[in-house]
Design a protein around this ligand. Sequence first.
Ligand code: NAP
Length: 258
Amino acid sequence: MFTSIAGRAAVVTGATRGIGKGIAQVFAGAGARVLIVGRDTDAAKVTVAELSATGAEVSYLLADVSRREDCRRIAATAAERLGGIDVLCANAGIFPSAPLAEMTDENIDEVLGTNLKGAILSVQACLPALAASGRGRVILTSSITGPITGFPGWSHYGASKAGQLGFLRTAAIELAASGITINAVLPGNIVTEGLADLGEEYQAQMAASIPLRRLGTVEEIGHTVLFLATDEAGYITGQAIVVDGGQVLPESLAALDG
Ligand code: NAP
């Protein structure tokens, strides 16, 4: 039995939809007070309405994690509304496709700026509050793409997600003195609005390459993130947990035939 996280203050970036919304839902269901962050007002309102309907304390803030000033506002708003931050889920991310031969400066800056710089800025801005918590937890949403696998069109994305792991290993050492742990979850292919944008053929192709023969759910990522936020996970830091239905395991397509 895990110690309840009821009443704890959690910030989830990129939570207006997709995996972040799933993380926010799981945390709200566990009794945490949640601040969701994103840029789309309509989606934010819908998410807050849905999660609040269960009686949970959930509010939203419009902010772009690639901007330092916006990240400062995230920390300030959490201080004002939640009285601090116990858990930061740095989940906001984008995955537009661009073949390497045609990749522009804008393509590179957009993906690295949101996924890698955005994660660093979010953590940096929330550090004082996480340290004040005395049991601060940071969970990054990385990916299997980059740290473990590759996919055409996503070399910049893969670099951003592998870069997050490079960041967290040193951050884990620096933050340990403040009692803060920082870990990452590496989702495989998870059913989200963002993934749906990639088309049905992409999803079917992915499902066929996964030993469990299905894509993951946002709740399955949320529960892993929740575990890393518990008191019982307090001795885990600087680590990455793959949640992918076994997708990274087969050595060849034949390995899936048995
Ligand atoms: P999604 O459905 O497209 O949702 C992305 C979320 O990030 C949205 O809430 C979006 O909110 C927010 N966001 C994007 N850019 C932002 C910015 N600059 N500032 C603040 N919020 C921003 O994507 P998803 O599939 O849930 O992906 C979420 C995370 O999981 C990403 O880091 C992604 O790389 C990672 N991931 C996903 C999968 C998968 O299979 N789905 C697999 C591995 C890793 P607004 O539109 O409101 O700004």
